[in-house]
Design a protein around this ligand. Structure first.
Ligand code: ATP
Ligand code: MG
Length: 551
């Protein structure tokens, strides 16, 4: 595959060449506090992809150090999503919570080494003592506590003898450091919260910045890849590795978070959309979650292709949503079964056919895959066409059906429109046409007239009706987070992001549509069955993506 400006590959290749490492170990470390989104998908493809490419391995590790926001529901959905994307952690499934005892022991070790202390400043005082970018921090009055006192207090913290916020454990580094993350960062805080895995065993929990490097070291991670906002945390990452008695020395590398136009990519914001019911749960097909795009019909192959195409950048950028959609189209074009479907029907009555006329016609399931065989459908006296394929007063460049004009019904015959029937309100209800028997299957008219337009159609008597959900973008502007004073990203939600077509008319063979296949409704777009709501006899299709960009 193409090596799209991936500086990480260069680093790994150098490390392998110099024998700094002989085996590459990466990890994907989600916090189980929400469903994964496209940004995570990028990180999964990157970490698992690098491990695959260099014949190493990638761990799935849950960074579960915040008991209040985490849940097993999220753990399960994350495992599902990683598998669905096509990756396998084999036996290497880990939880930071599995290391709580080890992390505690190392904290005790740091205290004994005089490198950590129990601080009893309040939260507000901690903030004040920390200073800011222009003001250096001040030493905490508790910084000089003796090792014995620190050991005793830390143990009491562990035993639940103090209230939340009474004390914290801090690293003793440098309150004057220009890097705020090095100003005696917190290692532990008291949280009397139930943890989804360790239950009530612990009432002190390690901070992410302390737990993460040490978890990497415990697992022998060689390349710890994270997003740019952790760049300033790297000195503390290294401090933990250097000052705790670990045997492995992982190194942290940063790449730019993936952002995309028309989306928000933050679990916190996506959670708001779910909780406040702007969408129908985490797996709403409009959501940029992996479970959402899966239900929408995006394929794992298209996401992996996308991750490869966009490459890995060191500087923040915003990826056009169109790039993702073109990856989805490229993948679906090669596999989708073809069918005809009319979403906004208008009835056509073929005057020169008897009422019970039923002719079997066929076409290929896939134009480039003869091995998939043929599909059958019927030409009958009444058929449906898309109402947008008819114009009573045609524009100059309109070559489809209009009064007195001819058009070819795809895979069938040329028809000519003789009469337009309207209801009392003037709305067109039927078109009366004649068909040209000699034009079957793409043949010319008897005098060789050129028929410019080809449209799709479905038999009115030999069809299946279904609900079709057509999606627009979830947000109506390309940068949803850019809002005027007093408004938030939700004010940019697209009110027309879901259009439900109740009685779409589908080619009869789609009665047997199945979840494992993808479909191209010819001239319309790519569709799949909805995994939650579709039932035999009451089919529901989701539109995955339109045929051309901008749809
Ligand atoms: P969010 O801000 O959406 O909550 P997060 O970074 O807090 O995301 P984690 O569960 O901590 O979520 O992330 C797991 C991994 O996924 C991390 O290594 C993180 O760097 C990576 N990741 C998260 N968002 C993106 C993104 N937009 N682009 C690339 N990688 C990402
Ligand atoms: Mg996070």
């Amino acid at each position: 595959m193409e090596t799209a400006n991936n500086f990480l590959k260069q680093i790994i290749e150098k490390d392998l060449e110099s024998k700094k490492h002989t085996f590459i170990v990466t990890r994907f470390p989600p916090e189980p506090n929400g469903y994964l989104h496209l940004g995570h998908a990028k990180s999964i493809c990157l970490n698992f992809g690098l491990a695959q490419e260099y014949k190493g391995r990638c761990h799935l590790r849950f960074d579960d150090t915040n008991p209040e926001t985490e849940d097993v529901e999220y753990v399960e959905s994350i495992k599902n999503d990683v598998k669905w994307l096509g990756f396998d952690w084999n036996e290497h499934l880990y939880f930071a919570s599995d290391y709580f005892q080890q992390l505690y022991d190392w904290a005790v070790y740091l205290i004994k080494e005089g490198k950590a202390y129990v601080c009893s400043l309040s939260e507000a005082e901690l903030r004040e003592y920390r200073g800011n970018f222009t003001t250096p921090g001040k030493d905490s009055p508790y910084r000089t506590r003796s090792v014995e006192e620190n050991l005793k207090l830390f143990e009491q913290m562990k035993n639940g003898e103090f209230e939340e916020g009474a004390h914290v454990l801090r690293a003793k580094i440098d309150m004057k450091s220009p890097n705020m993350n090095m100003r005696d960062p917190l290692l532990y805080r008291i949280r009397k919260a139930h943890h989804h895995r360790t239950g009530d065993k612990w009432c002190i929990y390690p901070m992410y910045d302390y737990a993460h490097p040490l978890s990497d070291a415990i697992e022998g991670i060689t390349h710890s890849i994270c997003t740019l906002e952790f760049q300033d945390h790297r000195p503390f990452y290294d401090w933990c590795i250097e000052n705790c008695p670990v045997t492995a020395h992982p190194h942290q590398y940063e790449f730019a978070r993936m952002n995309m136009t028309y989306l928000v990519m933050s679990k916190r914001k996506l959670l708001q959309l779910v909780k406040e019911k702007y969408v129908d749960g985490w797996s709403d097909p409009r959501m940029p979650t992996i479970s959402g795009i899966r239900r929408r019909g995006y394929t794992p192959e298209s996401i992996r292709l996308f991750a490869e195409r966009i490459g890995v950048a060191k500087a923040e950028s915003v990826i056009e949503y169109d790039i993702l959609e073109s990856c989805v189209r490229d993948d679906l074009d090669a596999r989708a079964h073809r069918a005809m479907a009319v979403l906004d029907p208008i009835k056509v009555v073929i005057e020169n056919l008897p009422a019970d006329y039923k002719e079997e016609l066929e076409s290929s399931v896939h134009p480039k895959k003869p091995e998939l065989g043929k599909r059958k459908f019927y030409f009958t006296k009444e058929v449906y066409i898309e109402s947008s394929d008819f114009q009573e007063n045609p524009e100059a460049d309109f070559f489809r059906l209009s009064p007195g004009k001819e058009v070819r019904l795809r895979n069938a015959y040329v028809i000519k429109c003789n009469e337009v029937i309207k209801d009392s309100s003037g709305k067109v209800t039927e078109l009366h046409c004649t068909y040209l028997p000699e034009t079957k299957g793409g043949k010319p008219t008897s005098d060789g007239r050129k028929i410019k337009g080809i449209i799709h159609w479905v038999s009115a008597s030999e069809c299946v009706e279904a609900e079709v959900r057509v999606y627009g973008r979830l947000f109506s502007v390309s940068d949803p987070e850019n809002t005027p004073e007093g408004k938030d990203f939700k004010s940019n939600l697209n009110p027309d992001s879901l259009k439900v077509v109740k009685n779409a008319k589908l080619e009869v063979g789609l009665k047997e549509a199945s979840l494992e296949h993808r479909y191209q409704f010819e001239r319309v777009g790519y569709f799949c069955l909805d995994s939650q709501d579709s039932k035999p006899g009451a089919l529901v299709f989701n539109m995955t993506v339109g045929l051309a960009s901008g749809h």
